[in-house]
Design a protein around this ligand. Sequence first.
Ligand SMILES: [Zn+2]
Length: 60
Amino acid sequence: MRAVVSCEACGFRQEVARDIPQPTTFHLICHHCEQSLRVTVTAADIRTAEAMVRPRTPIS
Ligand SMILES: [Zn+2]
C-alpha cells in the first residue's frame, strides 16, 4: 500500500511507497526537516488502501 505521511514539525507531506502487508509501526525521517516521524498503519488503513487499488487484470 501507499501511505502519505504529514510531518508533525514542518507539515511536509511525503509518500511512503513501501509494501505494508499487515498493521505495523515504523519510523520515517522527514525529507524536509529530518525529524523522525512515527508512522502507525492499522488494519483499517490497509483495507482502505486496498479498496482504492483496482486489482490487476489476470493474464489468461
Ligand atoms: Zn518535517
